[in-house]
Ligand binder design. Structure first.
Ligand code: SF4
Length: 60
């Protein structure tokens, strides 16, 4: 599963980067994906649930 960030909804809280700095980085008030390397073997569902504005979804 690959995480996808809705940057329009993201408020830059940094929660996703705190939980997984391998994949997420917050810059200029928005989160972006910096690597997919770990995503194939990692369960991102906790990060998806932790986003306060539901800006992260998972793609197969
Ligand atoms: S947890 Fe959600 S709102 Fe916070 S930086 Fe990540 S994507 Fe943006």
């Amino acid at each position: 599963m690959i995480p996808v960030i809705n940057t329009s909804a993201c408020i830059g809280c940094g929660r996703c980067e705190e939980l997984c700095s391998h994949a997420f980085r917050v810059e200029n008030g928005k989160s972006r994906l910096i690597s997919y390397d770990a995503c194939e073997i990692c369960d991102c569902s906790k990060i998806v649930e932790s986003c306060p504005v539901k800006a992260i979804s998972l793609l197969d």
